[in-house]
Each structure stands twice: as C-alpha cells, then as structure tokens.
Design a protein around this ligand. Sequence first.
Ligand SMILES: CC(C)(COP(=O)(O)OP(=O)(O)OC[C@H]1O[C@@H](n2cnc3c(N)ncnc32)[C@H](O)[C@@H]1OP(=O)(O)O)[C@@H](O)C(=O)NCCC(=O)NCCS
Length: 378
Amino acid sequence: MDTIHRGLNGVNVDTSRICSIDGEAGRLIYRGYDITELADLASFEEVVHLLWFGELPTRSELDALRRTIAFDLPEPVLDMLAGLPKGTHPMHALRTGVSMLSAFDDDPDGVDESNVRRIGLSLLGRVPALVAAHQRIQAGGAPVEPDPDASVASNLLRMVNGETPTDAAVRVMDVALVLHAEHGSNASTFVGRATASTLTDAYSAITAAVGSLKGPLHGGANAAVMQALEEIGSVEAVEKYVLDTLASEKGRVMGFGHRVYRVMDPRATILKDVSRKLAEESGDSKWFEMSLEMERVMEREMGARGKQVAPNVDFFSASVYRMLGFEKETYTPIFAIARVAGWMAHLFEQYADNRLMRPRLVYEGETGKAFAPIAQRG
Ligand SMILES: CC(C)(COP(=O)(O)OP(=O)(O)OC[C@H]1O[C@@H](n2cnc3c(N)ncnc32)[C@H](O)[C@@H]1OP(=O)(O)O)[C@@H](O)C(=O)NCCC(=O)NCCS
C-alpha cells in the first residue's frame, strides 16, 4: 500500500531557515526571534528585513528599506480597478492587480536573487496600494495619496480611511502586520513555493498565493469570524450559535483550530490582548465580549469532545480590525499585505535552491475500459 498523507499532513517538503513553529508549546519563531518579542518591539519593516536578509536591520539599513517602498500604481491598473463591477471581492481585485503588475515590470521573469528582491520590494508597497485603491473606488471615491515618509502600517490606514492615523492606531496595525508576516509552510506559502518551483516568475507565485489565502480555511477565516459575530449580535446569543454550528453538517466554528497548533496560537494570545485594550480605550467592548464568550463556550465544548481546538490568529484579529475601522471584506487583504513579507522570503529560498515540486496521487479509478466510438454510445 502506498502511504497517503491527506492534506500533506506531517509531510516535510524541504528545509527552511525562515520560521519555526512549536505546535505543542504554542511558540512561533521568525529567524530565531520569538514572535511575542517581535510584536512588542519591532516594526513591520524591521521584520521584513529580518525575514528577507536573516538579520534585524541597522538604522541605516532600515531607512534604506523604507525609502525603497513605493505605493504608486500604474495608471492602467487603477483603470482596471475602476472597471471592476460594484461588489467585486477585494481578494479577486488584489489577485487580478498583482497579476497585472507583471505587465508593467521591465523584468518580470528573472528569478535571480536581486531581481526577485526588487519585485518583493515593489509588492510591499503596491499590494497595500491595490487594496486601498479598490476599497476607495468601490465606495465611489478616488484613491488616497500615500505619505512617502510614513510606514506601511501608517499608509495602509491613511489610504483606506482617508485621514492621517493616530500613533496608537499605527502601532496596532504594525503589530497585526508583524503577527501575520510569516508562518512557515502554510497553504498559501506552499502554493507560492510550489508555483515558483517550476521557475516561473515571482508575480505568478504571489498571484497564486493570494488566491490560496482567500479560502475560508486559510486567510478568509478572519472575515468569516466577523460575519459570525455580526449574525450572532449579542453576548447572550453566542452559546446557541456555537452549539448549533457544532451540531450542523460542517460543524466548524471559524477562527478555531489549526493544522499545527494543539494549544492557543501565540498570535491569538497577543491579539486577544490588543483587542481587550482597544475595547477598553474605545468604550466599544461588544466585539471583544462576544469573542470572549465564544472562546469560553468553544473551550468547554471542545474539551468535552476531547479535541485540541483553540483560537487561531484569525479569531481576535476580526475584532481588532473592526475597532480599527476596517470593513470585514478588507480583513483578508490585510493578511495578504502582511504575508507578502513571508511569501517573498520563501520565494528567495525556493529560487536559490530549487527542485520542482511534483507529488503523486494514488490512482483509484477504473482500468482496461474499451473505447466505443461516439455513434455507439447510448
Ligand atoms: C484550520 C483547519 C482547516 C485545520 O484543519 P485540519 O488540520 O485538517 O484539522 P481537522 O479538520 O482534521 O480537525 C481535527 C478535528 O478538530 C475538529 N475541528 C477543527 N477545527 C474546528 C473548528 N474550527 N470548529 C469545530 N471543530 C473543529 C474537527 O471537526 C476534527 O474533528 P474529528 O477529528 O472528530 O473529525 C480547521 O481547524 C478549520 O477548519 N478551522 C476553521 C477555519 C479557520 O479558522 N481557519 C484559519 C486557520 S489559521
């Protein structure tokens, strides 16, 4: 019997020096640094440097990196966004936009290190610009000019909300970007690496990764969490919702469970704290209180069923993004903006020492059938 690893569970496809996850202890490490410390002390741009170059930047390296990030979009890409039908999901718009950017790049196909790094730098600013421009255009407005001296976190808030963000909001955004920047061989990163393993271009790999991230079992879960919270509407209604969902055919409560973590995702622990603080500061504690209640009921129910299913990164990010003023349709694109950092780090590694990814499937279909010409088929 051939061994089958459904969902590639437990399969090591290669080695990597970027990120390590201890699912039993609930620890996440980027290049040797614990995520809790990075979320506390580092900016998104520092983490990008860490993931891409293996070390935290010096002041001058950080300044140089920040100067290179540009948020400009080619005019035809803006026209494309303007031509999308009202209601186009931002992840469809983003996937199309990333793909289209390749046509405006003088060297989209080179997979040597310096060219792929150049593309990565270009996408760091252009992915948030695409997300923000799509949202503004869909709302009937025009894209908002970025502040060339401001960070990715600050510009994301500025370009989406149309006003200069507060320092506190920028810091929360930065923490969310740091937490979502990288996570090993998750589905979209694997898709990106597998795509790059054909030695196709980085735009194709990132386009494929964006498509993968959109799914509700992956990055789409944060929007699904807010959808659920909105439907539930009150703390009192949470318990019934959870019990009904668990009893339903699909039986999944979004924002819980993980392929690797058996305990609470460390990113969820940090975001829970952020969500609590935002709720206290804003006086709008509804979303946090409902999340707490959902966590409580899930812990009881999963415990009773002997399952190790705890909150994941998407669970508390939903209430955090809500309190930062984002529409729920923008939650998954925010994940993508951050994950460009991790996706690109993995593309550098893949292109540097490539082997085509080509697993197999065990055939269970029929054999030996005789071909009948079409006139003889009933
Ligand atoms: C993330 C996820 C796809 C991981 O799936 P997986 O590693 O294939 O794990 P499984 O689907 O085999 O789940 C293992 C068990 O836990 C249960 N479980 C997992 N996630 C659950 C959830 N969110 N709600 C209820 N039960 C869940 C499954 O029913 C399964 O029970 P069983 O063994 O009795 O069949 C899964 O946990 C899930 O669908 N979560 C909701 C979506 C989500 O939040 N995704 C974001 C991930 S960061």
